[in-house]
Write a protein that binds this ligand. Structure first.
Ligand code: HEM
Length: 264
């Protein structure tokens, strides 16, 4: 997930997240869930950005075998997340955040996996231990504390919308994938024309949820946990990378400036 366009937006405030009313008055408060999430995950977000796997990826140092394993982890994660979102879509704390057509990634990931592993992809993949822990947490939350699913949806979808286009480009170049987008469906949100506008809509929907202070706090804590689950998967991928043979290293380095481009 990578920073997007907010700064260039006339309506944004200094921190890039402000939403203004029609008179240009910022309608934001530190008790807004979107603000609490952004502030509460800032530190863990920086940690996630600095994991070796993520740093390597951004430099275009990504091997196809590892990228495939990353996609497998994402497939299991989104399958669990979206299954729990479906189950709870009428829950008052989730209904306003239900955007299956715009956001859901499971089918896109399935298409990517079919491209990478072939028709028999479902028999070729298996869930890793860190992914299993993440998935179990999502299922448990979906059963016992559905309001906290907001945290899991936020961590993944807002992140994906922030970084998609840059990561797509890096992956496409590094692995020389076709320009037509095969293998890259995960990064492609066909029904979202402006990631920036959609993120603003999502934030305002989060802020309109009727949540008490304690529940908001719990959502922030759950989001920190969600980041940590993601980092554990990165750690696992890093380890897997060490044992992969160098001869599958088909990464072509991308230009140095790609990294700066991250804050598009
Ligand atoms: C948003 C950078 C990795 C989750 C953002 C934003 C930037 C950024 C610049 C935009 C903030 C905004 O719109 O105001 C990066 C970079 C990464 C990275 C450079 C890797 C090198 C991750 C990871 C996750 C993640 C691994 C979680 C799995 C998020 C979330 C947001 C976000 C949830 C939305 C923040 C908000 O507006 O509340 N990221 N990110 N990011 N990213 Fe990342």
């Amino acid at each position: 997930a990578v920073r997007t366009e907010d700064a260039a937006d006339g309506r944004s405030t200094a921190n890039g997240r402000g939403v203004c009313d029609e008179r240009g008055v910022t309608v934001l408060s530190p008790t807004d869930l979107s603000e609490m999430l952004a502030a509460g995950t800032k530190e863990v977000h920086e940690k996630a950005e600095n994991t070796e796997f993520v740093k390597d990826f951004l430099k275009g140092r990504i091997r196809k075998e590892l990228f495939k394993l990353g996609h497998v982890a994402l497939f299991f994660t989104y399958s669990a997340l979206e299954e729990q979102i479906e189950r709870n879509k009428e829950h008052p704390h989730l209904a306003a955040l239900y955007f299956p057509h715009e956001l859901h990634r499971r089918d896109a990931l399935a298409r990517d996996l079919r491209y990478f592993y072939g028709e028999d992809w479902q028999n070729q993949i298996s869930i890793s231990p860190a992914t299993q822990r993440y998935v179990e947490r999502i299922r448990q939350i979906g059963r016992d504390q559905p309001a906290l699913l907001v945290a899991h949806a936020y961590t993944r979808y807002m992140g994906d919308l922030s970084g998609g286009q840059v990561l797509r480009k890096v992956a496409q170049r590094a692995m020389k994938l076709p320009h037509t987008g095969e293998g890259l469906n995960f990064y492609q949100f066909d029904s979202i024309h402006s990631a920036k506008a959609f993120k603003q809509l999502y934030r305002s929907r989060m802020n309109e949820l009727e949540l008490d202070a304690l529940t908001k706090q719990k959502i922030v804590e759950e989001a920190v946990l969600a980041f940590q689950f993601n980092m554990e998967i990165f750690g696992e991928l890093e380890e897997a990378g060490k044992t992969l043979q160098d001869d599958v290293l088909d990464a072509a380095p991308v230009h140095g400036e790609m990294q700066g481009d991250i804050s598009q």
